[in-house]
Ligand binder design. Structure first.
Ligand code: ATP
Ligand code: MG
Length: 358
């Protein structure tokens, strides 16, 4: 079996450190392992429009922003195909056929969709919930299956989407008695804290739509301000510190390495020592924020610098996107042909279109 990696992001804003630890770092690892036949990254503009229909400019403007983030973290256009979702005509057609395989109650049960409906206030608005939004797990199944992808590096919030995709694949292959579609599996980061990085406001998820992010493009000052604004439990310095639910510690857990202690916090050798000492009291929150700031600055500086360099090369980047999109159009069109053949709706591909009881 071929190894086909597919992943993507909605161009609703620049990418942030939640994306970085939840999915981008894993993509980089997979890219560098080189154990794949095809690696596709889809910029999911059509999906972004499902909750931004009134603001296509935002989606349009963020396509290159997201591309800059990809290139800045080290995704390599010689190894990865970058494509724009809405430019692939096979995807909405596949979506239409898959929609017949999924019941409405099944869609509405999707826990991620449920929480996103709530988060975006669709349940409260008079205009109500866009059909396209509830349907996006099906269109995501089209994205994945169009490339016969089996490896999907994503954050935890995407697991219900992949489950839905597998259900569609199984139904399709069973109903049409075929093995045309391929089941996929998620690749999650090894550190569970990275599954769903919280926002700097302590919200359960750092998310472009919630404005609680540290972006890969943020400058030194902005990062520092954001770290300082993180909410910790106010207390006297010698009172025991509480780690549970403390976002500064969550971010430390994700980014800290032993070598950071030597460099920035030589009183301790490792994270466990720091945590114990914090819980015993005597360490102020200003001190751990300063430590986190040092670590984030070190991690993000080279990314930001590369990003600024790539920002001077937009025509070349647009070219990369064009080439990738053309390649993706070909692959997805072939899958659409396979799907229609399996469904026997490829009417003119052979000469046996007839009436049953002739
Ligand atoms: P939006 O608010 O527009 O939905 P988002 O910040 O959720 O944006 P997406 O483009 O929906 O970002 O997600 C892209 C990928 O990044 C997905 O694989 C998702 O699981 C992952 N991801 C997003 N936010 C986080 C996070 N806070 N922690 C870990 N992974 C994340
Ligand atoms: Mg999202």
């Amino acid at each position: 079996m071929k190894n086909i990696i597919l992943t993507g992001d909605r161009p609703t804003g620049q990418l942030h450190i939640g994306h970085y630890v939840g999915s981008l770092r894993e993509r980089l690892r997979l890219q560098n392992d080189g154990n794949y036949d095809e690696f596709i990254v889809l910029i999911a503009d059509a999906q972004a429009l499902t909750d931004n229909a009134d603001n296509p400019k935002k989606v349009r403007d963020n396509i290159l922003e997201v591309m800059l983030d990809y290139l800045a973290i080290g995704l390599d256009p010689n190894k990865v195909t970058f494509a724009i979702q809405s430019m692939l005509p096979a995807l909405p057609e596949l979506t239409a056929y898959y929609m017949n395989l999924v019941s409405l109650p099944r869609l509405m049960r999707n826990p991620t969709v449920k929480s996103e409906i709530n988060l975006r206030g669709f349940d409260k608005e008079e205009t109500g919930l866009p059909v396209g939004f509830v349907n996006y797990p099906i269109s995501q199944a089209a994205d994945i299956t169009a490339f016969k992808a089996n490896i999907i590096p994503v954050g935890e919030d995407q697991l219900p989407m992949l489950e839905q995709t597998r259900e569609i694949v199984r139904s399709f292959n069973r109903i049409y008695n075929t093995n045309t579609l391929v089941e996929c599996k998620a690749i999650l980061p090894t550190n569970k804290t990275c599954y769903r990085l919280p926002g700097i406001d302590g919200n359960a998820k750092m998310s472009k739509s919630l404005g609680n992010c540290i972006y890969l493009a943020d400058d030194e000052n902005t990062i520092k301000k954001k770290v300082n604004s993180m909410k910790t439990n106010p207390r006297n310095i010698d009172e025991p510190g509480i780690i549970e639910g403390n976002v500064v510690f969550t971010y430390l857990d994700v980014f800290v390495k032993d070598e950071h202690f030597k460099k920035y916090y030589p009183e301790f050798n490792n994270f466990d020592e720091l945590k114990k000492a914090y819980e015993n009291g005597g360490i102020g929150d200003g001190k751990i924020k300063a430590f986190l700031n040092d670590i984030l600055q070190e991690e993000l500086k080279p990314i930001r610098e590369k990003r600024n360099e790539f920002a001077k090369m937009l025509p070349q980047i647009i070219d990369i996107l064009k080439q990738g999109t053309n390649k993706a159009i070909k692959i997805s069109n072939q899958t659409l042909r396979d799907v229609k053949e399996a469904m026997k709706i490829n009417y003119f591909d052979n000469d046996n279109l007839t009436i049953t009881n002739k």
